[in-house]
Design a protein around this ligand. Structure first.
Ligand SMILES: Cc1cc2nc3c(=O)[nH]c(=O)nc-3n(C[C@H](O)[C@H](O)[C@H](O)COP(=O)(O)O)c2cc1C
Length: 514
């Protein structure tokens, strides 16, 4: 089985590391005339317009982010309003900005390069005001397009090896990644971005589902070929990344599987010319699961990542008392969010701010690869510049104890700037949060699919951090980094780990465009 041959994930990871020299020696330039279209368009399929007068949930963002899901006893079936809320606040257009070469349509979740390579599809049974079918979501005109008529949830239930969240789901959102749309700028590193950008979107999706009283779970174990076929994807260009069953019905059996024919629907080309990066196709192929048995086996094991004993001075998190926390709703916070383009280098945040962000984002989320629930495969390391109540320096976050362990005291703004690809953002932020992972152990447990899991989890936690930051009227931005230098900086503590993700948090410099 391909997935067990984990040198494939190592090969991809090592080949796509950034370093001081890889950036300088790269001949890659952006071909603006060939900039990819940030939307998938089926020109010949009729649009089914969705309601725009959405009811708001009114649920406070901080509580929607931190809850592992709503506690529902009986059936919990989404209606069309719920589905639209979930789709719009995950992948919808939330603002537009003109620039000399055109216009950027910014979306609900942060995405590398604003290239928006993640597409959403809906597979549903009959719902109130929506007939059973396989649909594609188009955020430009807020519509669904029917690709297949009828109930195909049985096909998904089989593809996920009868995972209970899927077998009992009235509907599911499926996320795909379109290689070229992001690779136009980031080349072969895009496969990492699939996890990051899908993850930030899923952080929104999980929070809005919870706020809507609907359970949702990220399902990463599925027979790739079956799901890709159901969506009729051209897999050299676009592949399914995960499934998210939404809601719950008590009916014990999913509908029967249906036959799936090729659709060959016309879509508008993303660019005039596309470049294929074989490293990504190989990474995807080698992390694919081939049968329902393999899926069940893949899912069946617990992830055990032992943590070492604290050695340094430790500071306990200090969250703001519940009654004093900001109550802005999840919808307000998503609409307000927008990555910080310049941080105020003279600003500071409080330990309560940081504690709220860390705690809200790391309480776990429902996902088939996180067993037992609440498990986490990424470790968090921090460079603190300006957090009241914390000495400047580097820290390790002990999640189980909710403690920050001081690794090295000092002012590391210049080092942070270097690690974040020499951008000013990580130097001017109040704190930089680095996600590191013990890839050897993760790949041993999950095979190459673990590489998808670790990137996706980082994106989800990073997305939750974005939301918890903006809920407190602060600013954040995702960043990229020099892989090995990050590990060296946090060593010896981080020895043998790999750099996965980076988020900078601070106060936006007043007057910058939003
Ligand atoms: C994982 C991740 C990495 C990012 N890396 C950078 C970066 O290195 N430099 C930067 O200026 N912005 C970075 N961004 C911010 C994106 O450019 C931003 O999300 C995108 O332009 C969309 O804008 P918005 O977040 O304001 O909606 C990153 C975002 C994410 C999610």
């Amino acid at each position: 089985m391909n997935n067990r041959e984990v040198q494939a994930a190592w090969k991809y990871h090592d080949a796509t590391k950034h370093s001081y020299w890889s950036i300088r020696n790269s001949p890659h330039v952006l071909d603006w005339a060939n900039r990819p279209l940030p939307f998938k368009v089926y020109p010949k399929v009729e649009a089914l317009p969705l309601p725009r007068d959405l009811t708001q949930t009114g649920v406070a963002a901080l509580s929607a982010i931190s809850e592992p899901g709503p506690s529902v006893g009986g059936d919990s079936i989404p209606d069309l309003q719920d589905l639209v809320r979930i789709l719009h606040f995950s992948a919808g257009i939330t603002k537009q900005r003109k620039y000399p070469g055109g216009e950027i349509y910014f979306r609900a979740a942060a995405c590398t390069g604003a290239l928006y390579e993640i597409e959403l599809y809906v597979v549903t049974g009959d719902l109130k005001s929506l007939n059973a079918g396989v649909y594609h979501f188009n955020p430009t005109d807020l519509s669904l397009r029917l690709l297949r008529k009828g109930d195909f949830r049985g096909n998904l239930a089989q593809a996920v090896g009868m995972e209970p969240a899927m077998t009992h789901a009235p509907a599911a959102v499926l996320c795909t990644g379109t290689y070229w749309r992001n690779a136009w700028k980031y080349q072969a590193r895009t496969y990492r971005h699939f996890g990051w950008d899908n993850g930030t979107l899923l952080a929104n999706l999980l929070a809005v589902s919870t706020a809507s009283g609907l359970p949702a779970e990220i399902v990463l174990g599925f027979v790739d070929a079956k799901v890709n076929r159901l969506l009729d994807l051209d897999i050299r260009r676009e592949v399914c990344l995960c499934l998210v069953p939404i809601g719950r019905t008590s009916g014990s059996l999913p509908p029967a599987q249906r036959e799936v024919q090729a659709l060959s629907l016309e879509t508008i080309p993303v660019s005039q010319r596309e470049v294929e990066y074989p490293a990504m196709l190989e990474m995807h192929d080698r992390s694919s699961l081939e049968s329902e048995e393999e899926v069940a086996q893949w899912r069946g094991k617990q992830v055990i990542l032992p943590s070492s004993a604290p050695a340094g001075e430790a500071v306990a998190l200090q969250r703001t008392p519940e009654e004093e926390q900001p109550k802005d709703t999840i919808e307000q916070v998503i609409l307000r969010r927008g990555s910080t383009r310049t941080f105020d280098p003279a600003a500071s945040i409080s330990l309560a701010h940081l504690s709220t962000i860390l705690d809200c984002a790391t309480r776990g989320f429902p996902a088939d690869f996180l067993e037992p629930p609440g498990a986490q495969v990424n470790d968090l390391y921090l460079i603190v510049h300006a957090v009241q109540g914390l000495k400047p320096g580097s820290y390790f976050y002990r999640r189980e104890q909710k403690m920050l362990e001081l690794l090295k005291e000092g002012t590391f703004r210049a080092e942070a700037q270097y690690l974040g690809l020499q951008q000013e953002l990580p130097a001017d932020a109040c704190v930089d949060i680095f996600f590191l992972a013990d890839l050897s152990r993760i790949l041993e447990r999950y095979g190459n699919r673990g590489y998808r899991a670790v990137q996706l989890e980082a994106g989800v936690i990073g997305g939750k951090m974005y939301l918890a930051t903006y809920a407190q009227s602060l600013g954040a931005t995702g960043l990229t980094f020099f892989d090995d230098d990050v590990i060296n900086f946090f060593s010896p503590h981080a020895r043998h780990k790999s750099a996965i993700f980076l988020l900078a948090i601070g106060k936006p410099l007043k007057g910058q465009p939003r």
